[in-house]
Design a protein around this ligand. Structure first.
Ligand SMILES: [Mn+2]
Length: 253
């Protein structure tokens, strides 16, 4: 049996020389541990390369990274806006639409959840610390002694949701590295997990036929000790493997 190919979006340097595409190894490790083959998708890929890769991908993982351009949801940028890449936003929004249209399973992590939301017409809180009523720290740092695999806040998951079924838990302890968060939900998206301050930490597509799941935390950093985190990647790879058999027409194009 072929191992499913999981397209993994990459970060890109912004205004730095030399220009680079890069990706945290934790994503590559998590996909491989789950039985998938990660295929990095840097924004520097041109249309021909993208089109050729899309014929072969069985699943998509949208990764964390810099801010989504607030112009994508019709707002001027907050002063804290950082690391905006038009090329990356463009590639990931295109990938999201493609995955949804073709029923290719999609797991969206952190920035990925925000991209998913914006791609479907939603908007973001641009900077949680600037919003009233959010006392929780969603931006843990190593300087505080909080390495990337340390959990710093709890998340409650809606009973009966797809995400709850995948995680195998209604409460999970998570890490947190975001200053943006979902504001207005995108079309067809349902919020299914929340931090104690009501920040949305998990979404899924209302249509149960398609595997489209987003989490605001970083499960790829937790797979070493957290079964729920491993379950997320296992579910993505399992669905990708199933889809591989169900989409012969698409693959032959
Ligand atoms: Mn958080």
């Amino acid at each position: 049996m072929n191992l499913p190919l999981i397209g993994v979006s990459t970060s890109v340097t912004v205004d730095k020389y030399p220009e680079r595409a890069y990706i945290n190894a934790a994503y590559l490790n998590a996909v491989q541990q789950a039985g998938g083959v990660p295929v990095p998708l840097p924004p520097q890929l041109g249309p021909a390369a993208r089109a050729e890769l899309l014929k072969r991908l069985d699943g998509v993982l949208l990764t964390g990274g810099g801010d989504v351009d607030p112009a994508r949801f019709g707002e001027p940028p907050h002063p804290t806006t950082a690391e905006v890449s038009a090329a990356r936003d463009g590639l990931e929004i295109e990938l999201t639409g493609w995955a949804i249209e073709h029923h290719v399973p999609l797991l969206a992590v952190c920035r990925g959840l925000q991209v998913l939301n914006v791609a479907l017409g939603g908007s973001l809180h641009q900077d949680i610390p600037s919003e009233p009523g959010s006392p929780l720290d969603h931006s843990q740092t190593v300087l505080q002694g909080k390495a990337r695999n340390i959990t710093t806040h709890q998340v409650k998951v809606r009973e009966g949701s797809r995400l709850a079924g995948i995680l195998g838990a209604l409460e999970v302890d998570v890490n947190s590295f975001h200053h943006q968060a979902i504001n207005r939900l995108g079309r067809e998206l349902t919020d299914v997990a929340w931090a104690p301050d009501s920040i949305v930490e998990g979404v899924e597509l209302g249509d149960g036929a398609r595997f489209v799941v987003g989490v605001q935390w970083h499960p790829e950093e937790l797979v070493g000790h957290d079964r729920a985190a491993r379950n997320l990647f296992a579910a993505l790879v399992e669905r990708a493997r199933a889809g591989e058999r169900l989409r012969p027409a698409l693959r032959a194009r």
